[in-house]
Design a protein around this ligand. Structure first.
Ligand code: HEM
Length: 347
């Protein structure tokens, strides 16, 4: 029978310290994520979620491209300093903001978020954060174009710092390998499968030809000669991009031309992305990277077979996790009145 020996005072101190560290670490994890809760504004701003939902649905019905804009904005927000609306802040004399970092120059939807926030401010001044407005609007916009919905606990606070350099360091680059992507996602508490399912967001929206130019021209993986297209890109698809979609009227390469991420259904949230991906018809190298890992590739193959609901559930679960990354809660940050500028001390 095992007998328990009384702890010496030094080992007691060690285990007490270890226990305290566990509590502190657990506290910092739950502190970061745990204070969000469903219906956070039920008393302070009742009806705010319905207000946001109705406005978003009404506009997305008319301009469905808004959905992709909001979804990407929310993702880029959460990857830098957590989901704290730092991506919405303007640059100031004190520093260049995230919004002006190269990977964010193609973000859209800032005006739309401002409009939703203005509506919310009218109903409940100074109560609802820009970070929550963005998280709710992104969720409702995806649902409005036929995608899934997910739980968005609220109570995020807005950050007061926004740095171009941090956006450069933390936003994933389209040229990244599978390992680079999974390493970066891991720093946000997101796993390999979150990467696979969240990449499914590329079933909607557009990309500029400049974002995948190196897959069409001068790709290091291609052999010698004139044809330097990425060999992992479907040849007919690549030819169509080179000859038509990304061709300037003058005959040169049209950097600013835009191409649908999921040809044929870029306005509908569906399995088109995975079905195109398995045929090597995806625009970004970071999309193609999913096929370079056997387990991720198997996930892509299996979800592409359908039905939609399987992907929807997996995407929704990963979105719910993304929305809690490094959030500020409680007394941290502030509730910005104007999403583009921090509150002045007199506010
Ligand atoms: C895995 C790493 C990712 C990389 C490297 C990446 C990169 C990109 C790039 C380069 C574009 C095209 C930008 C342009 O040229 O205009 C784009 C578009 C987009 N991305 Fe991602 N992305 C990633 C993951 C995600 C995730 C996780 C989401 C959302 C959950 C997302 C949502 C979108 C959407 C919706 C668009 C279309 C935007 C529009 O229509 O304006 N992306 N992404």
């Amino acid at each position: 029978m095992a007998t328990s020996r009384p702890l010496s005072s030094s080992s007691w101190r060690r285990s007490a310290m270890a226990m305290a560290m566990v509590v502190v670490l657990a506290g910092s994890v739950t502190g970061a994520r745990g204070q969000l809760r469903m219906g956070f504004y039920d008393k302070s701003c009742p009806g705010v979620e319905r207000l946001v939902g109705a406005f978003v649905r009404q506009h997305v019905d008319r301009v469905p491209t808004v959905a992709a804009a909001l979804l990407r904005l929310h993702f880029h927000d959460c990857f830098v300093r957590g989901c704290d609306a730092s991506v919405l802040l303007n640059s100031t004399a004190g520093g260049v903001a995230e919004k002006d970092a190269p990977p964010n120059l193609t973000l859209r939807g800032f005006d739309f978020v401002d409009r939703v926030k203005a509506l919310v401010e009218e109903a409940c001044p100074g109560v609802v954060s820009c970070a929550d407005v963005l998280a709710l609007a992104a969720r409702d916009a995806v649902a409005a174009i036929g995608g899934p919905s997910w739980r968005v606990p609220t109570g995020r606070r807005d950050g007061t710092v926004s740095s171009m350099q941090e956006a450069l360091d933390e936003i994933p680059k389209p040229s990244m390998s599978f390992k680079q992507l999974t390493d970066l996602f891991a720093t946000k508490g997101l796993g390999v499968r979150d990467l696979v399912w969240l990449s499914g967001a590329h079933t909607i929206g557009i990309a500029h030809c400049s974002s995948f130019a190196d897959r069409l021209y001068g790709h290091p993986g291609a052999g010698a000669g004139n044809d330097t297209t990425d060999p992992t890109l479907d040849a007919a698809y690549a030819a169509n991009l080179r000859r038509r979609k990304c061709r300037a009227p003058s005959g040169g390469f049209a950097e600013d031309a835009v191409v649908e991420m999921d040809p044929g259904s870029h306005l509908t949230f569906d399995l088109g992305y995975y079905r195109a991906l398995r045929k090597h018809r995806c625009l970004l190298q970071s999309d193609a990277a999913l096929l370079t890992d056997p387990a991720a590739r198997a996930d892509v193959e299996s979800v592409a077979g359908g039905p939609d609901e399987v992907f929807f559930q997996l995407f929704a679960r990963s979105m719910a996790t993304l929305g809690t990354v490094q959030v500020k809660t409680g007394a941290e940050g502030e509730i910005r009145r104007n999403c583009a500028v921090v509150n002045s001390p007199s506010n």
